[in-house]
Design a protein around this ligand. Structure first.
Ligand SMILES: Nc1ncnc2c1ncn2[C@@H]1O[C@H](COP(=O)(O)OP(=O)(O)OP(=O)(O)O)[C@@H](O)[C@H]1O
Ligand SMILES: [Mg+2]
Length: 312
């Protein structure tokens, strides 16, 4: 695969707060590169530097092998940017919003009109094109935010958490759209907290934490890191009366989560301990409703790498 963007040793501070500490990576043509990281990890900072919206102190960005400078017209004209905070105008129509952004990228006249309609059609808002944005739901605004970024057919689309706070239908529509954009030849850089999105759309993943890249690879490669662990999901009538430390006493158990009526236990493969877990549960008179197992999930890898403590 051809590297389209190369990022070399980026460093960024906000006053005395270091946000990025030597972040380097390549973006390959045609991939969906997902950035995953806890709150405050440095995802938006990285993305905003990539879009040139934010300056940085050290490090370089190369586009097709050439270092980008301040004006970077050739680079910027290839970008479509979906920011984390909605960037749409409430008081004007959906159509005028998309046209505004498309015009910034040089589209005019008939071509502008056609591309605006195509973008609205693509995100499922064509029939709402005359409506003012203030009448839109959150999910519709998110989709419009995407339409604004893609009307000029950008080669590289940079999306910062485009699915935050929307319903499963809108999310599904957006994820399918992203895959379709890739099929049409775009390269996509995407940030999210949602593991299931990464599972569904990523061709490669970069995990970032405390301003550093801590892991990189396809989802299969990342899961390979936990190849010696598997996950049991046990649905019970009621978890009251169960304690984590009781599970930890069972040989092989690496982690336990108790949540409502669900028990999630990750355990070393090769140790037969399921019978002990079941005995622990039923000896307390708790009914088991369902039981399933899975190999290591992306979430397990993520939590193992980034820890379980809450972030700001
Ligand atoms: N404008 C700013 N001024 C000061 N500190 C900032 C600013 N923007 C970000 N930071 C800090 O820089 C660090 C990285 O923030 P960033 O927004 O890049 O994280 P993120 O991974 O996008 O997080 P989230 O998932 O919450 O969007 C955080 O510690 C954050 O508090
Ligand atoms: Mg962010």
């Amino acid at each position: 695969m051809k590297s389209i963007i190369k990022v070399d040793k980026l460093e960024k501070s906000y006053k005395d707060k270091k946000a990025l500490e030597g972040v380097s990576f390549d973006v390959e043509e045609g991939e969906i590169l997902c950035f995953l990281g806890p709150n405050g990890a440095g995802k938006s900072t990285t993305i905003n530097i990539l879009t040139t919206a934010l300056s940085h102190e050290k490090g370089d960005i190369y586009f097709n092998g050439t270092k980008i400078n301040k004006s970077a017209y050739a680079y910027k004209s290839c970008l479509g940017i979906v920011p984390q905070d909605l960037a749409v105008y409430e008081e004007i129509s959906a159509e005028k919003n998309v046209a505004f952004f498309a015009a910034l990228y040089g589209l005019r006249g008939k071509e502008l009109k056609t591309k605006v309609d195509e973008a609205l059609q693509f995100v499922g808002l064509l029939d709402k094109k005359k409506d003012k944005v203030k009448t839109f739901s959150g999910g519709m605004k998110r989709r419009l935010n995407i339409a604004c970024a893609i009307a000029h057919n950008p080669k590289i689309i940079i999306m910062d958490e485009p699915t935050v706070g929307i319903d499963p239908q809108s999310r599904n529509h957006i994820l399918n759209s992203i895959k379709e954009l890739r099929r049409r030849g775009a390269t996509i850089i995407y940030t999210t907290h949602y593991m299931e999105e990464v599972e569904e759309i990523s061709t490669r993943i970069i995990i970032i934490d405390h301003g550093k890249i801590i892991a990189e690879g396809t989802k299969e490669e990342l899961k390979e890191r936990l190849a010696d662990e598997k996950l049991y999901m046990i649905d019970v009538e009621d978890i009251k009366g169960l304690r984590k430390d009781e599970f930890f006493r069972i040989e092989g158990v690496k982690n336990v989560e108790l949540d409502n009526s669900k028990i999630k236990v990750s355990t070393l493969t090769g140790i037969e301990n399921l019978d002990k877990m079941i005995a622990l549960i039923i000896n307390k008179g708790i009914k088991i409703n369902n039981l399933s197992s899975d190999t290591a999930s992306l979430e397990m890898v993520f939590l193992k790498l980034t820890g379980r403590t809450l972030r700001d």
